[in-house]
Design a binder for this molecule. Structure first.
Ligand code: FAD
Ligand code: SF4
Ligand code: SF4
Ligand code: SF4
Length: 417
């Protein structure tokens, strides 16, 4: 592309990585390649004939049509086991069952054998568990948009679920709202870097000296408030930590390695691209179905008539609530996460330093980091001789336990997901 102008695509800080431009290019001239932060961005190659289609498709360069305000429900799946495997109230599983039972296809995010997050198509209920539960990492769309199109052309019904930017990307790629397509976007305030996740998986394998084979990011141990990050290894043992105290959780919660576009996201609003939107209903009154709140209640937004038709036939428990209440309890409808100053520092280190150092510097418990920081400031604090140091300063923090999986839980927790 040395002597010809590049087609106009979203500026880097706004590009969501939805991949619609790549999928729509008639010459296969766009490749989605990871940058130094580990996120995929479009790269235009010499095969480009400057037809302009990618610029036309890119959702960031278009204004979305306004819709009327959504209908709001607190909703949950009456099946306890499915709800335990889901992040919120298990509404997605019911929607997916409904489409699969009618011979349709369901697209959503799953972990592959290398524990990378990818969008996949599921055609039978036996495969559905792989889609359940949120994965906080940006999923790789691959050729999902083209596959959705092919299934629709075959007359199959399709449920496509994903982040709002992925749902919008699909509509821009298709250029229409096909009758057989139903979409569900998840409420979302950011996806973590697939590159950082890949390095974390490798370093977990290195430290534990065994291969991780499955991960659950938000296992509900005793209920929706007790979220566990769990890694299962090939020998059957488990690494188990509260999500917020896992390295991934610490970095995620501080917004250290979210995609740049997430800090300026136009989808963090009540103006949604999907027929339905799924989130966690936060801020419900304490006396509103307390047992159900403990198990997790979904926030369900019905954005279109098609979405309303689907919801009407689901065996859901649902109660109408107000949009004001939903917005008050959930910043994923009103306010993107601002980028912390440390983000740039983190990614500079990520690009230049061995990952083990990056881990210790940014993802270890804060007390440990503060201790290390003090030891590194010779001008301000005299570095103490080893004999003077308290055990707290010299000892690295205790890693969360690696535990043997209790026999009773084995099946339900790690049933093929
Ligand atoms: C990255 C991310 C951030 C989120 N942030 C919030 C938030 O701030 N507030 C809130 O209320 N809800 C948030 N959610 C949504 C919430 O966690 C649940 O996914 C949603 O409520 C659906 O819950 P469920 O119980 O019905 O189904 P679940 O079984 O929990 O969810 C499965 C659905 O999530 C989709 N999914 C899972 N991981 C990904 C991924 N990486 N990329 C795209 N789609 C994915 C699957 O395709 C499937 O549609 C987020 C979800 C994701 C993926
Ligand atoms: S301008 Fe046309 S050929 Fe070039 S990258 Fe975009 S879609 Fe492909
Ligand atoms: S279509 Fe998606 S991936 Fe391509 S430039 Fe636009 S936002 Fe980025
Ligand atoms: S926060 Fe916005 S840009 Fe980021 S993944 Fe979610 S919808 Fe896409």
């Amino acid at each position: 592309m040395a002597d010809q102008a590049l087609p106009q695509l979203a500026p880097r800080e706004l590009c969501t990585g939805c991949g619609a431009c790549m999928s729509g290019c008639p010459k296969g001239a766009i490749h989605m390649l990871p940058d130094r932060e580990g996120f995929r961005y479009p790269t235009v190659t010499d095969a480009c004939i400057q037809c302009g289609l990618c610029s036309y498709i890119c959702p960031v360069l278009k204004q979305r049509e306004r819709r009327s305000a959504p209908a709001v429900f607190a909703a949950w799946n009456p099946d306890e086991k499915t709800r335990r495997a889901s992040t919120a109230g298990g509404v997605f599983a019911l929607l997916a069952d409904y489409v699969l039972e009618g011979g349709g296809v369901v697209f959503g995010a799953a972990l592959d054998e290398e524990l990378r997050v990818r969008h996949v198509a599921v055609t039978s209920p036996a495969e559905l568990p792989s889609l359940l539960g949120s994965k906080p990492i940006q999923s790789d769309m691959g050729d999902s948009y083209q596959r959705v199109k092919r299934y629709l052309e075959q007359g199959r019904r399709v449920l496509f679920s994903g982040t709002p930017c992925q749902v919008d990307g699909l509509y821009r790629f298709l250029g229409e709202y096909p009758e057989n397509l139903l979409t569900a976007d998840v409420l979302c305030r950011g996806v973590s870097s697939p590159g950082v996740w890949e390095r974390l998986v490798r370093s977990i394998a290195y430290v534990k000296r065994k291969r991780p084979v499955a991960v659950s990011f938000y296992t509900k141990l005793s209920g929706a408030k007790d979220r566990r990050f769990r890694v299962r290894f090939e020998d059957g043992s488990l690494f188990d930590a509260p999500y917020d105290k896992s390295e991934l959780g610490r970095g995620h919660r501080r917004g250290l390695f979210l995609r740049a576009s997430c800090h300026n996201c136009p989808y963090v609003s009540t103006h949604r691209p999907g027929d339905l939107s799924l989130g966690q209903f936060k801020g419900l009154p304490k006396d509103f179905h307390p047992q159900e709140q403990k198990a997790g209640i979904s926030l369900l937004l019905v954005n279109t008539a098609r979405g309303a038709q689907a919801v009407d036939v689901l065996p859901l428990k649902k109660v109408r609530r107000t949009l004001e209440e939903a917005v008050a309890g959930n910043p994923a409808l009103s306010e993107p996460v601002s980028a912390p100053e440390e983000r740039a520092v983190f990614f500079n280190a990520f690009a230049q330093q061995p990952f083990q150092q990056v881990r210790n510097r940014f993802l270890a418990p804060l007390a440990y980091q503060a201790g290390k920081q003090r030891l590194r400031l010779p001008g301000l604090l005299r570095r103490k001789a080893p004999a003077e140091r308290s055990p707290k300063q010299t000892k690295p923090p205790k890693e969360p336990r690696t535990v043997r999986e209790p026999k009773k839980e084995k099946r339900s927790l790690w049933k093929k997901r």
